[in-house]
Design a protein. Sequence first.
Lengths: 416, 409
Amino acid sequence: MKIKKTIGFGIRICCLALGLVFITSSAAVAQSNNYFVYIGTYTGFRYVHHSRTWGVGESHSKGIYVSRFNSASGDLSEPELAAEITNPSFLAISPDHRFLYAISEDPLSLGPPLDHSSYVSAFAIDAATGKLRLLNTAPASGTSTCYISIDKTGKYVFMANFGSGSVSVIHVKDDGSLGELTSFIQDVGHSVDPSIQTEPHTHFIGVSPDNRFVIVSDLGLDKIFIFHFDDNTGKLSPSDAPFAMVYPGGGPRHFTFDPEGKFGYQLSEMSGNVDVFAWNSTQGSLTEVQRVHTVPHDFFGDNHSGEIEIRPDGKFLYESNRRTRGENVRGPDTIGVYSIDPKTGVLNPVQAILSGGIMPRNFDIDPTGKYLLSANQLSNNIVVFSINQTTGKLEKTGKEIQAETPVCLKFVPAGR
Amino acid sequence: MRMKNTFALLFCSILLMTVSAWSSPAASDDYFVYFGTYTGFTYMREGLPAGGSKSKGVYVSRFRPSTGELSKPELATEIVNPAFLAVHPNQKFLYLVTEDPLSLGPDFDHESFVTAYAIDQSSGKLTRLNSMPTGGTSTCYLSIDKTGHFLLFANFGSSSVTVLRINDDGTIGQQTAFMKHIGHGKDPAFQSKAHPHSIDTSSDNRFAVVSDLGVDKVFVYHFNAETGALSPDQPPFIEVERGGGPRHFVFDSSEKFGYSLHEMSGLVSVMAWDRANGSFTKVQDAKTLQADFVGSNDSAEIAIHPNGKFLYESNRRFRGPEMWGPDSIGVFAIHPTNGTLAEVEQVSPGGTMPRSFAIDPTGAYLFVANELTGNVVLFHIDPATGRLTPANRELKIDVPVCIVFVPHK
């Protein structure tokens, strides 16, 4: 303890000395270990959800929670309520870390013949406490909105509206609040799975690293759409090669670019495949180079792949496989680790590890790339894994917290 | 050549008799009449090929109801597919929906837009203020709430209704409501999913009524005139006959009754309106087609005369000149106490496919827009009997589909 303090003091002296020359950068160094982790949850559905009574009123969550995370020790504090809100099932953080945007997935589900309107809310982040202050709320312009992201300028938020099969773009004002709808695209069509692919179901929307293109994964159509994005107007327009496809029935869920923007990785929910694409950042086109099965061929049970993410250094890819139909059905509940070939983007399997709970719908890698936090929706816990910097392998740290129905995790540097 | 010129001159003078050039000074009872059109589709639409229109946007004529004088239409603004128009209660602004400017066919649907215009009080020309996505596809209808603070849209293609705020300067602002309808109806061709086709606020501005052609329902929403939010009423809708296809809706002038016109069945459902609770009770299903009619009918427009005594509705063929259609305007007398309809007459609209018509605010004339023959035909209205007689006035406008009046100040 004493030694630690002395070291801490020494560091502080160092920082002070540096601070004389580089005030801002020294502040960043001093604070870099402390993060807020925002936890998006389901608070429960009032009526029915996707025509199923499953999930009605099962959660005790009240909204968005915040924990503190230390990226040096891997310590994760008990969550506190950051903002009371209905079904904040996905979150996005502004590039300057000042604002958080949350969707409210179907706060008033009414079932047929009325579907539900989903909403998006803007919050200001209190840099000291991590608490969220509501700025305003707008309709997401769709139903069962399941994904939100923000462009590189922080001026536009993108929503994927799973229920109504559309994507929408809303302008973000200078004060962080939400403004006008600037684009709306409706997908049409279907694919081969009669249980979920009778109509379009957009599940992901995100910008390319250069902010010039937008990728939309449509789980209902087995397509990955590519749009031109104009960050002056917030408009989307179809690119010349408007989409790429996955194997029919796959159900594209989440997509990620590698940090350099050379490759794209599409995780499909039903097939559990990751499709690897070469990304032509000039034309905005995806060319498939590999298809990886993340679930063993002899696996028998219920798998719905959840999240996909690449470590900040671009060397390893992580993806989660979860059961979705409750505790009585066998599910993989694993996180798969793959190394990325830097030249070709091709994946090689490294590890598949139990997520430390049931239904790892989501996980997030801390910004330093040293830890992975898995959010287990059904077992209501968040489990901390350390990441081996050389091999990419995950190892349980033994640290975990209880959190009600966690379904989305986002890191924000604390105490700016 | 000379002969030709003389003929042209003669032809022009004949035209002048029907469409007089505007010579008289402006008077207090003059109106601008705006005509929305289809300018054509880039790709395809509902399986029909692209193109087929020479229209360039919204056209405007001047009209004096006291004398029937009507000027030749001029282009008020160039815009793609201004399929439906609405005028702000302050008469200074006009809003229109651009239905699918870039139709791409599956697997992309189309994004529709709404554009705000300032109306030039002397020329009637329109100056664009701004444009916004409506939040839906194949947007076919818009209306403005009674306070003039909100635009309400029916998005036929994407099965939703949306509300956008109107800023004080007339520009269009944020979306304030989005409601999605799900389900289907009986007709596999048009009812495989929900298709909202109209949305209007009640005169007390507390409710919004939505006709859904795809699910055979008329929905009622609570409308919050402060926030622009919609919330489902209890009960949330009234069902109409299966396969009917509710398209457009009107309240009577006393707002005791609602009239829902059904595109496929050609019926008008007469419903008693409980304005305290916002609920409907079915009173009558009035037929607008003759019992022995054989052919393709799509009923289109419905309106009530300003005196509240007569209801008008149009029946059109749908698929072009080779199909036989009714192409008629039906006139019905409204029973003053129970709201029921009794047919007065059926009149030929003077063209093919009367998709839209409008009664001028004084109640003297009815303008019919014939989509396929590209003409707008005027009828005198007898205020005592409701009967229509041709006024021998007609305008040539390519693919006219919507008519609105604005007082000329």
